[in-house]
Design a protein around this ligand. Structure first.
Ligand SMILES: [Cu+2]
Length: 155
């Protein structure tokens, strides 16, 4: 009777350990990118000079845009890296700050107010956990110049 109970307990413990280990293995497994996956800027073009708000259109090929938190093969959501010189750790969730913008609702465009001057823009796809895919789906980095708005006409 006692040994039966002990056996049951051992089996339960083993099952819990197995599940925990399995769960971690899944969490650590990066989402796969399609071999020919691409993200790119439809707008603006590299070298563009823009006055006023900047409308940015995100292009994607061979992957699906899906909201954050939804797990689906070969999909993810856009992240816009603004003036980022050094890429974040590509095996961890992408930081969320003024330079790393998440489009977790599955948006494919954004309009931003950027300070006048030169800015770099780059797109990085993230999976349901905001983690870049294996291998990362990263656009070319483009440079745009935001021009100062003309001063209001003197009265
Ligand atoms: Cu994200």
């Amino acid at each position: 009777m006692l040994s039966n109970l002990r056996n049951t307990l051992l089996k339960c413990t083993a099952a819990v350990l197995l599940c925990t280990t399995y769960g971690q293995a899944i969490a650590l497994e990066p989402s796969k990118a399609a071999t020919n996956a691409e993200v790119f800027f439809i707008e603006p073009k590299n070298g563009a000079e823009i006055t006023g708000p900047v409308t940015i259109k995100f292009g994607i090929k061979n992957m699906t845009v899906i909201p954050a938190g939804v797990q689906h093969p070969y999909s993810g959501h856009h992240h816009l890296l603004i003036d980022v010189d050094k890429l974040p750790d590509l095996k961890s969730p992408i930081p969320a700050d003024a330079n790393h913008r998440h489009f977790g609702k599955g948006q494919t465009e954004a309009t931003l107010e950027l300070e006048p001057g030169e800015h770099t823009l780059q797109l990085l796809l993230g999976d349901h956990f905001h983690i870049p895919h294996d291998k990362p789906v990263l656009s070319e980095k483009i440079t745009i110049t935001v021009k100062a708005k003309p001063a209001a006409a003197a009265k």
